[in-house]
Write a protein that binds this ligand. Sequence first.
Ligand SMILES: Cc1cc2nc3c(=O)[nH]c(=O)nc-3n(C[C@H](O)[C@H](O)[C@H](O)COP(=O)(O)O)c2cc1C
Length: 356
Amino acid sequence: MNEAATGPAPRSMLHRLLLRLPAETSHDIALAGLQLGQSFGHGWIRSRFQFRDQRLSQKWLGELFPNPVGLAAGFDKDGRVVPGMEALGFGFVEVGTVTPRRQKGNPRPRLFRHPQVASLENAMGFNNAGAKELARRLQRGRDVGIPVGVNIGKARGTPNRDARDDYAELAAAFDGLCDYLVVNVSSPNTPGLRDLQTLDTVRMILGACREQTKLPLLVKLSPDLENDRVVGLAVGAVAAGAAGVILTNTTTNYALLPSAKRRGGLSGVVLRRRSRELLRAVAGELFGKCLLISVGGIDSGSEAYRRLKSGAGLVQVYSALVFRGPQLVSSILRELTELAESDGFARVSDAVGADL
Ligand SMILES: Cc1cc2nc3c(=O)[nH]c(=O)nc-3n(C[C@H](O)[C@H](O)[C@H](O)COP(=O)(O)O)c2cc1C
């Protein structure tokens, strides 16, 4: 059974209109609008949307996160709207996935909404402007006020036996330009990418990246492996020097959504249970030993709070932002502070791992 979506309903006229357009067109318009907004109305966006509370801040990876709610990878692949996302209230932003050179991705249409279950299906295929362009943007936009991660992936045309070289090249390209790197071996839309999820390969990629940079390295994993394998990979990655694990990427388990087009990865509410389950499984082994970031079907403060209590230091959202609109972030943050307060925690971070 699918679970219901929670959180605020779409509010503005503009948001309703966007939800009527083809999904990727809406995404392009939203990005362009936010890019414009961050240039000419950054202060206005902040005053209209941002929720701040000292009790939300926490330190991870040697950085101060003003709050634990981040933008998941894939929304801002080319780092175009990091200041805009900060203005909307996100506590951190993960840009990418970026590949060594520009890629077009799969032909359109490649992004579909399933509004009845507040879920998305995407077969984007790492469309992005390439490492040079992203590095240029990050260089220009230093000191944005929140931590920024770069999610890196191998090029579509790179055979798996050479994947390590792509990751190493990307690690070198972003050294000193962000706060953490994510080794993405879990997107379903680059053929063969998920086959890189073996312990030997993940260790090899981490080692190759480590030769290029001292940045914290995180690994993002798929929900479609068995629990034991995910736990084994996560534990092995941390033993090999990873500073954290991100759970999870999108799923191709179409049993979760019989009406799916079966063209790409599912995200949003249909992914929620699996994402919760894997977090708990991995936290059982790794809580307190590294940063765990939970992503998948988070659309309310209570869901975010649940992930924190299950051991996530930070959470990320993507799909809910599409269905709920930009008020989502402040609404999650407000609810988080209320829930932590009513449980008697002085700070939201005191709730992290409380249910383990
Ligand atoms: C359109 C779209 C594109 C995505 N692109 C990427 C990507 O490039 N790299 C990545 O690691 N995850 C990507 N993701 C996965 C998200 O980062 C996230 O793991 C997933 O959507 C689950 O979170 P959600 O349920 O809040 O959407 C993408 C998701 C969507 C919907």
